[in-house]
Write a protein that binds this ligand. Structure first.
Ligand SMILES: C[S@@+](CC[C@H](N)C(=O)[O-])C[C@H]1O[C@@H](n2cnc3c(N)ncnc32)[C@H](O)[C@@H]1O
Length: 400
């Protein structure tokens, strides 16, 4: 259907009117409607770009992360959220940033929608400011700018040097080239306590908590039959802050049995020093998943965003180290992205490329997951999808 000039003007006016009254957007209660409108607006924006628009958007994209990081470092966003409106002088004084620089930063932030400008020298928070002021948002910005940005910066050179081979060696990655370290990403994080803290915080919030694997897996009915206090119900391997163990306890407060978080020693130490609410119902265990599993016969060994950190050969090693611990009732749960063969979402491909540059690893399609499982003599029994928008799913595996 062709859009006339009048139609286009009416559409643009209606969008502007909706944006200028935040209450009207807040009235969209149905999340699928919110997503439909957001995605349509994003597609429309791309479809209307001129060559000039597109090249500026793409070529300058690293700037947004770098400047968000500056705003996080100087504590700008929480100041705006806490106030009803601030002047540049106020903000420069409170952040101890040169006034001229502050004015330049503020005009940048308002131009990309990170803050609102409500008058010639009056600035306020919007929904994006709120996200950048939030502990989880700040952690995400720090992790991306400390670890991931350098890795992406080095990707073109890395690929040229390696003849455009698919990265599969965790000891030779764009992360190594970009940061100049010989350590793997996880080794590097271990030796940088601030990044470790940001990384763990980021892990606990980077998946949308409104839908989880617990929405599609009937754990109580399917996996907990006959459980008592001694039964090991749920072992979260590489579970970071134990947020999924806590979510499990919240979902099944009356289920008898043990819930155990496993991760590397430095992670468990950091997590115990900064426990999340609800963590007191979770046991901890230090464990390297490339060594034989020491907790035997659990009903479920759960891995979220863990297999995507490793190339196939290493995934096979993880499963082989788990196999001797499994009882006939045990399942392996892989909670990860299942990338569709056609029309993968930007959220899935963003994760895939991040795994490539940081860890020489990947997000897998259903066939790739199955091939990986078969290579370690496991069978994928079910693929339970729980959030189409992000391609999130939990795969249920048993040893064959
Ligand atoms: C991408 S994070 C995922 C964290 C968590 N499962 C989640 O979904 O939020 C990967 C986790 O694997 C852990 N990890 C890395 N190497 C490990 C190893 N050899 N043994 C156990 N855990 C490991 C990291 O410390 C980190 O917590």
């Amino acid at each position: 259907m062709a859009l006339t000039t009048d139609d286009a003007i009416i559409l643009a006016d209606r969008i502007e009117a909706a944006i200028s009254s935040p209450q009207s957007l807040a009235a969209i209660r149905d999340d699928s409607v919110r997503c439909k409108l957001r995605d349509a607006a994003a597609k429309l924006s791309l479809a209307l770009e001129t060559r000039h628009d597109a090249i500026h958007r793409i070529a300058f994209s690293p700037m947004q992360l770098a400047l968000a990081r500056v705003g996080v470092d100087i504590g700008l966003f929480p100041l705006l959220v806490a106030s009803k409106g601030c002047s540049s002088v106020d903000l420069a004084e409170k952040t101890k940033v040169d006034l001229v620089l502050m004015q330049r930063l503020l005009r940048y932030y308002q131009s990309v929608g990170m803050i609102l400008q409500t008058g010639p020298d009056d600035f306020a928070a919007n929904n994006i400011t709120d996200t950048l002021a939030w502990e989880g948002g700040r952690a995400g910005i720090c992790v991306q700018s400390d670890l991931v940005a350098q890795s992406f910066g080095a990707f073109p050179k890395f690929l040229k040097e390696t003849g455009y081979a698919n990265p599969t060696d965790p000891k030779h990655t764009p992360f190594n080239l970009g940061t100049g370290t010989e350590q793997t990403l996880f080794e590097w994080i271990r030796d940088h306590p601030d990044t470790l803290h940001h990384f763990n915080t980021w892990m606990s919030v980077q998946r949308d908590p409104r839908s989880t694997f617990l929405d599609v897996l009937r754990f109580d009915e399917d996996l907990a039959a006959g459980a008592d206090e001694k039964t090991i119900l749920f072992v979260d391997i590489g579970g970071s802050r134990g947020h999924q163990c806590i979510a499990f306890r919240e979902k099944y407060p009356d289920l008898k049995g043990r819930v155990i978080l496993q991760d590397l020693p430095h992670v468990i130490d950091e997590v115990k020093a900064n426990p999340l609410p609800g963590f007191e119902q979770v046991e901890t265990d230090t464990h390297d998943m490339f060594t034989p599993q020491t907790i035997k016969g659990a009903r479920a060994y759960y891995f979220r965003n863990v297999f995507h950190d490793w190339p196939d050969e290493k995934c096979k090693e993880i499963l082989e180290n788990l196999r001797p611990a499994l009882s006939k009732d045990s399942v392996v749960l892989i909670d990860d992205i299942v990338v569709p063969d056609v029309g993968a979402s930007w959220r899935a491909t963003l994760a895939d490329m991040t795994m490539a540059v940081c860890l020489a690893a990947m997000q897998r399609s259903e066939t790739q997951w199955q091939n990986m499982a078969h290579s370690a003599e496991f069978k994928v029994l079910k693929v339970l999808r729980y959030r189409k928008e992000f391609e999130d799913a939990v795969l249920v595996l048993r040893a064959t």
